[in-house]
Write a protein that binds this ligand. Structure first.
Ligand code: FAD
Length: 286
């Protein structure tokens, strides 16, 4: 199985990203939410890897449960944080044994309170090194992260894009973007990426906003921007969760519709472990 095979011209294709909940009850809820979304037939569900490798085993156990209990194609995320080559090999070999073939390969963030990522001994400094390593030891299809507004540590967007090309040249099959709320950033990013020879699919990461404080926190952490007009609408409705959710859904639908018109109908939804918003969005797109 290869990520690339999901994406056919003009065919609506979407995937869902989830994160490992902290409690058993949260995990049960998440499994139920994914079961409720199964009829939407996502290409795959991807399971994130906690900051600082904090959900190492939880990510793996959850990914295995989603694959087996929900019965959807599942991808796992993995970062270079706090791990070395032999450890990476044994971690991902277990996935291989469980029948996984799709991996999202990342560097990960530096520990909170520090600015610079320090590679672990016998580990990797950048995601392109991880991609090369996995390519050499195994037959996984690999997705990597792209940043329409530039990665938060990058000195400028052009350097960041050249670094994205290193990941693709190392063997990534697709790029999944960080969330963005202004499509102009995505269109510009794709155009610049094509100019420097990145030809793989660049799947837009769409996050339906459902909570103002949460989206402010996420965007601050990852260096993404909430356009002022959208931000003002959200602020006006603060305290009315349903209104906020409706604004978030409406904005995501208009982002997707414009992307479908201008490029391909391919999306990666950051569903924040919920089912309702994405069901409404996909319903409208269909
Ligand atoms: P890199 O590609 O290594 O880039 C990091 C920085 O280094 C960039 O500024 C880049 O320009 C620069 N750079 C890259 N290569 C080189 C090089 N060879 N030489 C010099 N500079 C270089 N985080 C998690 O902890 N867990 C997750 O599950 C997770 N999933 C994610 C999924 C997606 C789709 C996205 C967009 C992000 C995700 N992240 C996750 C966040 C990610 O780990 C952070 O953004 C991290 O800071 C960078 O990871 P990267 O793989 O993009 O790193």
């Amino acid at each position: 199985m290869n990520f690339r095979n999901f994406y056919k011209p003009s065919r609506l294709t979407y995937s869902f990203e989830v994160y490992p909940p902290k409690s058993d009850a949260g995990i049960t809820d998440l499994i139920a939410n994914l079961q409720a979304l199964k009829d939407l037939d996502p290409a795959f569900v991807s399971v994130t890897y906690g900051a600082m490798g904090s959900t190492r085993d939880v990510t793996r156990d959850l990914a295995i449960r989603i694959k087996n209990e929900v019965g959807v194609t599942t991808a796992f995320h993995f970062t270079c944080v706090g791990t070395n080559r032999p450890d990476i090999k044994s971690y991902i070999e277990r996935f291989k044994k469980e029948g996984f073939e799709l991996m999202v390969a990342l560097r990960g963030d530096p520990p909170q309170g520090t600015e610079k990522f320090v590679p672990p001994p016998d580990g990797f400094a950048h995601a392109n090194e991880l991609v090369s390593y996995i390519r050499n030891i195994d037959g996984f299809s690999i997705a990597v992260a792209g940043y329409p507004e530039g990665h938060i540590e990058a000195q400028d967007k052009e350097t960041d894009l050249k670094n994205l090309k290193r990941k693709v040249d190392a063997g990534a099959d697709i790029v999944i973007t960080q969330l963005f709320f202004d499509n102009a950033d995505y269109f510009d990013f794709c155009e610049r990426a094509r100019v420097i020879g990145i030809t793989v699919p660049i799947i837009p990461g769409i996050m339906p906003i459902s909570n103002l404080k949460q989206v402010e926190k996420i965007t601050k952490m990852c260096g993404a921007r909430i356009p002022e007009v959208l931000h003002a609408r959200l602020r006006t409705s603060e305290g009315d969760p349903e209104k906020i959710r409706d604004i978030g859904i409406g904005h995501a639908i208009s982002q997707c519709r414009e992307i479908m018109k201008r490029t391909e109908p391919w999306f990666h939804f950051y569903i924040l472990n919920k089912s309702e918003s994405v069901r409404r969005i996909v319903g409208m797109l269909k």
